[in-house]
Write a protein that binds this ligand. Structure first.
Ligand code: CMC
Length: 427
């Protein structure tokens, strides 16, 4: 009879060890090697965790081969097309979509919590104008922990949720303040009359007093189509399983540090261009390429093993078919092309890169497809969002995912401090 175990044999000594194979509800099985060191006196070696599952989770499911992504069992296509970002936040935190009444209450609470303590507002003045908003954001979120000391010994569901709602609600305000500080222009306070996404766009764009700019036709307000596009971008970024920044958040959580400090560490991890920083690098790279005629030369560089140049917005550790988030954004781009005036030179360069890369053997053989970051920049540029704010926008969307994973870690009785070992090769 077949057993659901795996036997590992040490060919140097002939010793054998048997380990259970655990089955999840979907996706790959895992071999439970928790006793491996105690059994064999050896560690497993897996730099970059390419073959390691570090936790059990019920939050997000990804099938990288099929290009499938689900939050709490619901397909990302369903959420992006038929639900708002706030509904998605509620889903991640509560494992189900809200009723109409629950959504009303949740929305109201998020609006009310968006204001920052005056002391925190003054903190922004301490940073130089040319600070990258990601650095300011990470520092301000660490500072937020100084205002909410009560959250170190949470035991009740309500305390977890209050802490989560607060950070979800304040993140857009902190991000918009970081941006406005970098321009040296007055902060715009959150407007209680506005929903989550429109409020953020207003805090980014408005003149003091919360007014939009005047144009030939009168007062130019934020368009519904812009709110919908950004709301979808937030939904697509809401969670992504055990990615680098979430792994950092869980790692900090494992030491017992404050949840907002864990989130701040996640922000720092996200900043790098191999992760969330790629969305800023994609547009910087398109600008650097400069024109459609130059695309072939850059594709050649991306394929050259002696050149460090990589095509930003291509490839993914998990998706080896296509990134379903990228597919949704590509459709959204096509849909919004006219309304948001997307037919720019940058768009033409991006289309050329996509066309060549998708038919080139180098990219096909390595399963390198456009990822989410390849498409966000073009849409965000059309929404008048500057490049330096692309990754902070990723942060706003991902905050709910980080905090949901933080809560899951805290509630998991089997969780332990993250403490990997090493293969020592020094003196
Ligand atoms: N351009 C050219 N070649 C690439 C690229 C690229 N963007 N990405 C991977 N490769 C090549 C790489 O050189 C290697 O080739 P070879 O086998 O000949 O040495 C092969 O593909 C495998 O690459 P890898 O670095 O071992 O793959 P990884 O899974 O460790 O890295 C990645 C994944 C996303 C870091 C990488 O594809 C990359 O650097 N992409 C560009 C940055 C980017 O767009 N990041 C955003 C990821 S999506 C947003 C998020 O969830 O964070």
């Amino acid at each position: 009879m077949k057993k659901n175990t795996m036997t590992l044999t040490n060919n140097m000594t002939g010793d054998s060890y048997e380990y259970k194979i655990l089955e999840g509800t979907r996706g790959s099985c895992v071999v439970d090697i928790r006793t491996f060191f105690a059994d064999s006196g050896m560690f497993t070696y897996d730099p970059g965790f390419t073959a390691t599952a570090a936790c059990e989770s019920t939050v997000t499911f990804i099938d990288g081969g099929k290009g499938e992504l689900r939050y709490r069992g619901i397909a990302i296509e369903e959420l992006a097309n038929n639900h708002t970002y706030l509904e998605t936040c509620f889903l991640l935190l509560n494992s189900r979509l809200p009723s109409e009444e629950e959504l009303y209450k949740f929305d109201l609470e998020i609006r009310h919590r968006a204001f920052l303590h005056e002391g925190l507002r003054h903190l922004f003045n301490a940073f130089p104008d040319n600070a990258h908003p990601m650095a300011t954001l990470s520092a301000a979120v660490t500072a937020l922990s100084t205002f909410y000391n009560d959250h170190l010994d949470m035991t009740h569901e309500e305390e977890f949720l209050e802490m989560a709602h607060r950070i979800i609600s304040k993140m857009p305000t902190i991000a918009a303040f970081a941006y406005r500080h970098s321009l040296g222009i007055p902060f715009i306070q959150p407007d209680i009359d506005l929903g989550f996404t429109k409020n953020f766009l207003t805090m980014m764009r408005a003149y003091p007093g919360g007014k939009m700019h005047l144009c030939a036709n009168g007062h130019e307000d934020i368009k519904d189509v812009e709110v919908r596009a950004l709301d979808t971008i937030f939904t697509l970024h809401a969670d992504h399983e055990q990615n680098a920044s979430t792994t950092v958040v869980r790692g900090v959580a494992s030491t017992g540090a404050h949840p907002y400090v864990a989130i701040s560490s996640g922000i720092s991890a996200l900043w790098g261009r191999a992760h969330g920083g790629a969305n800023e690098s994609v547009i910087a790279q398109l600008e650097y390429i400069g024109s459609v005629e130059n695309v072939e030369a850059f594709i050649k560089r991306a394929k050259d093993p002696d050149d460090d140049f990589r095509l930003m917005g291509f490839g993914h550790r998990v998706y080896k078919n296509f990134d379903p988030r990228a597919k949704i954004l590509k459709n959204l781009q096509d849909e919004l092309r006219e309304e948001l005036n997307l037919d720019t030179e940058l768009m033409a360069i991006a289309r050329k890169i996509e066309e060549i890369a998708l038919s080139d053997d180098y990219f096909i053989s390595r399963n390198l497809y456009p990822n989410i970051d390849f498409y966000t920049g073009i849409i965000l540029t059309a929404l008048q969002i500057p490049k330096s704010m692309f990754t902070p926008i990723f942060v706003i969307g991902r905050t709910v995912g980080w905090i949901t994973q933080w809560i899951e870690f805290k509630k998991d009785k089997t969780s332990k401090i993250a403490r990997p070992r090493q293969l020592y090769i020094g003196e």
